[in-house]
Design a binder for this molecule. Structure first.
Ligand code: SF4
Length: 410
């Protein structure tokens, strides 16, 4: 938590370090060499990567473990005690995510603790100036460590534009409380989506002391989990998380001013996103810009003849659905032979669905009589196939699907 940040050398013109072309470990070490880490001597540092899903390094879904390894080494050499913590999306077990991502492999030889931040009870934290959030349930380690470091992977994001170091702090919220950000009603008098306002509210009390943005392999398109890996071989570091995210946005070919949670937070004075005000250390950093494909504004564009009704859903159901559609959209029509357009609902806020819809997740249970309902919070891809197969087998014994051909998590 950020009361005072001794790593900030200038609030008005924050420095940002960008390194490129030497792989995740060396890029990170070189970027951190430019930061005065002396304030961490004798202190406890919590690294918060993005390991919210079960995925491998280089997939663009999770932070590269060599970036985290470099950060552990740098902070230890500066005299700090270091640990790595995560609270993942619903349905993901932390040890599994640490193992799959390679975090366990880099932490073990370093004797660096990996913390499941969901194990202990949350600490309530008020958000005095919150527009849509008045209090947060925060994982206790976030308050117990002296320094908090956000280590996200560079991603496009279907619902928030990008997912970088400011948004990565959502993984410090306890267990399913992070789901609440997706369930908020529209804010009266605001043109912004509640999720964007909620992230800006969160940033008023929950900002990292340092951001290390991993652009080794990012994710373009259907982020945060169903897009394409985007190799960039870059790392961005700043004690101003908004400044780091602004430079990361530029490297991704977008502008922080176009990302509501970043522009809202900057307007409230939580950081700087105006590139003209930033002191970016490498004068050649713009040579490394490599535009990421934007997320589609509407999933129907990405998946023709499928209409997704997505209202107040959270990341877990979105991930399940996007991965399912990416892999099985063609097979879907086998189960809806009479439909020219398949109607799918996720989230609790969908209006009245037509008969013959596919209703995914417990949040849609109130409309279960409208078609095929897939229970779960979140359900996994195999459950969707099983529900579809069960429905079809009642009318057609020829249709069968195995449950083991769908990954349960990204
Ligand atoms: S059912 Fe899906 S959208 Fe609803 S809370 Fe669970 S994971 Fe989130």
């Amino acid at each position: 938590m950020l009361a005072h940040n001794p790593l900030v050398s200038s609030r008005t013109n924050p420095p940002v370090q960008v390194t490129h072309g030497n792989g995740p470990y060396v890029n990170t070490r070189r970027a951190l060499e430019s930061v005065d880490l002396s304030p961490v001597r004798g202190k406890r540092v919590l690294l918060k990567p993005n390991v919210g899903r079960v995925a491998t390094a280089g997939s663009g879904i999770v932070t590269h473990p060599e970036v985290v390894a470099a950060a552990i080494d740098a902070f230890r050499e500066a005299g700090a005690e270091v640990a790595v913590g995560e609270s993942p999306i619903a349905g993901v077990r932390v040890p599994e995510a640490f193992a799959a991502s390679g975090m366990a492999a880099i932490a073990a030889p370093r004797n660096c603790p990996l913390i499941d931040m969901d194990r202990r009870r949350f600490v309530p934290v008020p958000v005095p100036d919150g527009l849509v959030i008045q209090a947060l349930k925060v994982c206790p380690e976030v308050l117990e460590f002296d320094f908090l470091v956000s280590v996200p992977v560079m991603k496009m994001h279907m619902h928030t534009g990008v997912s970088l170091s400011v948004k990565n702090m959502k993984g410090c919220l306890w267990r399913r409380s992070k789901v609440e950000f997706h369930m908020l009603p529209p804010a009266a008098g605001s043109r912004h989506k509640p999720i964007d306002l909620a992230i800006a509210d969160m940033a008023s009390v929950l900002r990292p002391h340092l951001a290390i943005v991993d652009g080794t392999v990012g994710m373009e398109g259907l982020g945060p989990s169903a897009g394409q890996p985007k190799p960039l071989d870059a790392v961005v570091v700043s004690a101003d998380a908004f400044a780091a995210d602004a430079v990361a946005c530029a490297l991704m070919g977008t502008a922080a001013e176009q990302i509501p949670h970043l522009s809202l937070g900057a307007e409230r004075g939580h950081g700087v996103v105006d590139l003209q005000r930033l002191c970016v250390t490498s004068e050649h950093w713009r040579d490394w810009i490599s535009p990421f494909a934007q997320p589609p504004e509407n999933l129907t564009i990405e998946f023709p003849n499928i209409t997704v009704h997505d209202q107040q859903s959270c990341s877990a159901c979105q991930s399940t659905l996007l991965l399912f559609l990416t892999r099985y959209k063609d097979r879907l029509f086998d189960y809806f032979p009479a439909e020219t357009t398949v109607q799918i609902a996720i989230g609790k806020g969908c209006g009245e669905m037509p008969q013959g819809s596919l209703l995914i997740g417990n949040c849609t249970a109130h409309q279960r009589d409208k078609g095929i309902f897939v229970p779960g919070c979140p359900p996994v891809g195999s459950q969707i196939l099983a529900a579809l197969a069960g429905q079809r087998s009642a009318t057609s014994p020829r249709c069968s699907s195995t449950q083991d051909d769908v990954p349960d998590q990204p």
